[in-house]
Design a protein around this ligand. Structure first.
Ligand code: NAP
Ligand code: MG
Length: 488
């Protein structure tokens, strides 16, 4: 498969994209990206850019902004629609490259790649929706209205774990509302975002409207955040980096949006459909090797069904396919790199030291790839690290509860608030959950992960900052409101 991918005519250049041209880093530096399933394989050599590349990209974006923002929204939408077609034509290449560069199992990589086309189409549709509200002036009855205008140059900083969907759901609204963009994709997964870039290039996006600069967070991300011509920063990633980005950006008076980590609970009541709950727990905890901000980290099961749920989840784990991510049957593939592998193994050790029992997994699967077996803990204390921190791997813990009030209280006892699920057949339990669970994304009888394109996505508490993403919420971040008093 990789041979045909290498020969595919649509393969993007392994380069920055600045002012409509593919370009190496100005400092001439590169770095090699390795395949996490087979670390001796080099996926590609990418630019290791610096401040000069950011400066050139911001200048290109600033130059392109007047023309792009003056283009009727329907014209901008037409570019996004063509880009969606171009993405669809390359879904297989994009998915295969995603799997090679960051290890996401092919079946999920395909779904994510295909979803980016839907994201572009949805936001193309936004071009046709209202950008303001009409009132009458109090004294004269003349027109008084609000108008949402684009911001100018916006900076997008994205993580490696959804290397297609996250850049897409930031770029698409930024572009359709008339902004120009500088994207800094994650070093661990630049190639996937270059497929999106190539699709927009093929779709005829004018030069400079989108620019992509590949390199380290400290060398590309920071200069982008502090550049005086960048009006706003949309960041998805870790809490530590996100807070630093927020502080730097807000100190300079910029608009900033953060999507950060999660410590997402799943509650199973005694009357739930246990078969569905087990499937959701498995998928939520272990697909993408648990490397999702919305992955299920804690599973609270009501006492009367605890033992049965535990036994059925263990059986599901035993039958799940773990291994080669290019095999379309594989459900759990490797972690993204050696650092993540070591962090996850260390977290498992700490979980054990703090009194948790490993029911299954807990180890690296082989000496070659960065594969950790799906790991289920039991007996983890509520104040132990595994109950509180985000361990970004295939690790989840089971807890027993007696009353729903207790389950909700324990589910809420973390600094995060991204997503949460309940499996139940009780309307009363559903209502209590929807009213009191502290998370931005609530699932009743579905897994903690997953996001539709046309509704807001984002966390509360420590999981986010600023307006949510996607759906109509994106309008808030990528435009600013002016109020117009219009007399004749
Ligand atoms: P990360 O380490 O915070 O990196 C995110 C991005 O920030 C990368 O492009 C990174 O560059 C860049 N960066 C690093 N240091 C920077 C700095 N000083 N200034 C500006 N940018 C900088 O996160 P990650 O490890 O890629 O992703 C995993 C995390 O993302 C998890 O915590 C996960 O929960 C979170 N996440 C959240 C959501 C959500 O929507 N809530 C979705 C997905 C993931 P490099 O390429 O150099 O690392
Ligand atoms: Mg990181």
């Amino acid at each position: 498969m990789s041979d045909s991918v290498l020969e595919a005519p649509t393969r993007p250049e392994l380069a920055n994209y600045v002012g409509g041209e593919w370009a190496p880093a100005r400092n001439g530096r590169t770095y090699q990206k390795h395949n996490p399933a087979n670390p001796s394989e080099v996926v590609g050599e990418f630019p290791s850019s610096g401040e000069e590349d950011v400066a050139a990209s911001v200048e290109a974006a600033a130059k392109a902004f007047p023309g792009w923002s003056d283009t009727p929204a329907a014209g901008r939408a037409a570019v996004l629609m063509r880009a969606a077609d171009a993405i669809e034509a390359r879904v297989e290449e994009m998915a295969a490259d995603m799997t090679r560069e960051m290890g996401k199992p092919l079946r999920e990589a395909r779904m994510e790649s295909a979803r980016t086309a839907a994201i572009f189409r949805y936001f193309a549709g936004e071009a046709w929706r209202p950008k303001g509200e009409l009132y009458e002036q109090a004294a004269t009855g003349s027109a008084l209205y609000t108008l949402r205008r684009p911001l100018g140059v916006v900076g997008l900083i994205t993580p490696w774990n959804f290397p297609a969907a996250i850049p897409a759901w930031k770029m698409a609204p930024a572009l359709v509302y008339g902004n120009s963009v500088v994207l800094k994709p994650a070093q661990e997964a630049p190639l996937t975002s270059l497929h999106l870039t190539a699709a927009l290039d093929e779709a005829g996006l004018p030069a400079g409207v989108l620019n992509v600069v590949i390199g380290r967070g400290s060398e590309v991300g920071t200069p982008l955040v502090v550049h005086p011509k960048v009006r706003a920063i949309s960041f998805t990633g870790s809490v530590t980096v996100g807070r630093q980005v927020r502080d730097e950006a807000t100190a300079l008076g910029k608009r900033v949006q953060l999507e950060l980590g999660g410590q997402n609970p799943l509650i199973v009541t005694a009357d739930a459909d246990l078969g569905r709950a087990v499937e959701a727990a498995y998928a939520g905890a272990f697909w993408s090797a648990g490397q999702k901000c919305t992955a299920t980290r804690r599973i609270y099961v009501e006492a009367p069904v605890y033992d049965e749920f535990r036994q059925r989840l263990l059986a599901r784990i035993a039958s799940g396919k773990v291994g080669d991510p290019t095999d379309p049957e594989t459900e759990v593939g490797p972690l993204v790199n050696e650092q993540q592998l070591n962090d996850v193994l260390e977290a498992i050790d700490q979980g054990k030291r703090e009194g948790g029992r490993v029911l299954t997994g807990g180890e690296r699967v082989d000496e070659e790839s960065y594969l950790v077996a799906p790991t289920l803990f039991e007996g983890v204390a509520d104040d132990a690290m595994l109950s509180r921190a985000e361990v970004f791997g295939p690790v989840t813990s089971l807890y027993r509860f007696d009353t729903l009030d207790e389950a909700i209280e324990r589910a809420n006892a973390v600094e995060f608030g991204l997503s949460a699920s309940i499996f139940t057949n009780s309307l009363e339990a559903t209502q209590a959950f929807v009213k009191r669970l502290e998370a931005g994304l609530l699932h009743v009888n579905s897994q903690t992960a997953g996001a539709d394109v046309h509704v807001p996505f984002g966390g509360i508490k420590g999981s986010g900052f600023g307006p949510h993403e996607q759906g109509r919420a994106a309008l808030e971040f990528y435009t600013e409101v002016v109020t117009v008093y219009q007399d004749v």
